[in-house]
Design a binder for this molecule. Structure first.
Ligand code: DMJ
Length: 462
């Protein structure tokens, strides 16, 4: 059964040209279509610079016009190119999409004697290839996704079924048994789709087993912590968080229910979410935050929030806790209004950044888009607009969009790195949020944690 992840609760169509008032952002009748055209123009501009200066490389450095590799240390797999494909397609940038697909078909070769993160390679590259395949139906893209997944598969051969963190793409030798719920359990949507498309059930089976293995080791409070040994199943940290290391574990429990109708995944999601709302939910001056707590006692161990956790408002909304999802997203929107761009770390107790950089992150735009799909409330579009406009103001460099070294200085200090997820995530969220494109099914769709569209692309002229 296929059900949309971004489940539509309200039947109202998109609200074009509404009045907006949110924290720090005011506007009347923004021209959403013009904004969508601007997003598309920024994407085309960035792609053309990548094409010229870093074609087939992993990540462009937008200040110097050079590049760096990821997830391999010294070899490029065309990460940004692959992450960009379904975004180009949904925007109707068809000749650029075809150019990218041709590169993949002739040059993408994962048979490299080098080590990658199993998690990052799966969400970015397996997912990117699958979403490009969803866009155009080219079987070579599916074959490449499968080849790559087959190279990651041996990592799951552990006594617990939870995968090692790293694997050599050529030799299949795995490494690093200390892992995290996010590293272990962010696979089932992509790999379940791979099983469905190839008829081979192994992809869904191993990744589902890993997800269940994390859940089964939850504490008596129904919380999981950030680090666990995949060989012994013993926890190596006591810290429960909705941020880094745990974030997409919760996301993929819900997504697996949405995408495959897997009722056991919904039950696991509900158990985890009930515990988080009970033990981690903190209201301060009318704002909602989620404290990090000891997973066995519930005692608060940190009031610092990862920027990464700002995706969680959208997930809560999807799971039915719309009040908390909206409140948490609004809390982050206020921080965005204060700094323009979110810092990587923020302490709600001191109301100050704990990490001043910004890695050109998509999470707040992700939540805004997800919540907008749920209720079409115009405030979510405005949060997305503020996110986009701040990015244009502060992150734009000579050869593309870059991360920031410090969001608190005026002007903000730029670093020199455009992460691969930028091509797959916020540019797509902005465009889908503003455009009402006929290429996307707004009522039945699925976007992965990396923003890869696995369900919902419509092959129509925009
Ligand atoms: C993305 O790679 C994915 O969303 C992941 O789950 C965590 N966040 C990064 C981008 O910030």
């Amino acid at each position: 059964m296929l059900i949309d992840r971004r489940m539509i609760l309200a039947s109202a169509g998109a609200l074009v040209g509404t009045t907006a008032v949110i924290a720090g952002v005011t506007g009347t009748d923004p021209n959403w279509r013009a904004l969508a055209e601007d997003v598309k123009a920024q994407m085309a501009w960035s792609w053309d610079l990548y094409r010229q200066h870093a074609w087939g490389k992993d990540e462009i450095k937008p200040i110097t016009g050079t590049f760096s590799s990821f997830p391999l240390k010294t070899h490029h797999l065309g990460l940004s190119l692959i992450e960009a494909l379904d975004t180009l397609w949904v925007m109707g940038l068809d000749s650029r999409f075809e150019d990218g697909v041709n590169w993949v078909k002739t040059h993408f070769d994962p048979n490299v004697d080098g080590e990658v993160s199993v998690f990052e390679t799966s969400i970015r590259l397996v997912g990117g290839l699958l979403s490009a395949h969803h866009a155009c139906g080219d079987p070579v893209l599916l074959a490449k996704a499968r080849d790559l997944a087959d190279r990651l598969l041996p990592a799951f051969a552990t006594p617990t079924g939870m995968p090692y963190r790293f694997i050599n793409l050529k030799t299949g030798v795995p490494r690093e048994a200390i892992s995290s719920p996010a590293d272990i359990a962010t696979y089932l949507p992509e790999w379940g789709m791979l099983s469905r498309l190839t008829g081979d059930p192994r992809y869904a089976a191993v990744t589902r087993k890993a997800m269940v293995a994390v859940f089964e080791r939850r504490s008596k409070l129904d919380l999981v912590a950030t680090k666990i040994d995949v060989l012994t199943g013993e926890w190596r940290s006591r810290q429960a968080t909705v941020g880094s290391y745990c974030d997409s574990f919760f996301e993929y429990l819900w997504d697996s229910w949405q995408l495959f109708g897997d009722a056991e995944c919904k039950r696991m999601y509900d158990v985890c979410t009930t515990a988080i709302l009970k033990h981690q939910q903190v209201w301060k001056n009318g704002d909602l935050w989620f404290a990090d707590v000891d997973f066995e006692t519930g005692a608060i161990v940190s009031t610092e929030q990862d920027e990464l956790a700002s995706f969680y408002g959208g997930l809560l909304g999807q799971g039915g806790a719309l009040k908390q999802g909206a409140a948490y997203t609004e809390s982050w929107a206020k921080v965005q209004a204060r700094y323009g761009v979110l810092p990587e770390g923020y302490d709600y107790a001191t109301a100050a950044p704990t990490q001043r950089g910004n890695a050109l992150r998509p999470e707040l735009a992700d939540s805004a888009f997800t919540l907008w799909l749920l209720d079409r409330d115009p405030r979510w579009r405005d949060i997305g607009r503020a996110h986009f406009e701040a990015m244009k103001r502060w992150n734009k460099a000579r050869y593309g969009y870059t991360d920031l070294a410090d969001v608190t200085t005026e002007p903000k200090r730029q670093a020199d790195h455009c992460p691969g997820y930028w091509w797959s995530e916020q540019m797509k969220y902005y465009y889908l949020l503003f455009s009402d494109t006929p290429r996307f099914d707004y009522t039945s769709n699925y976007l992965s944690t990396e923003g890869n569209v696995l369900v919902g692309l419509r092959r129509q002229t925009p």
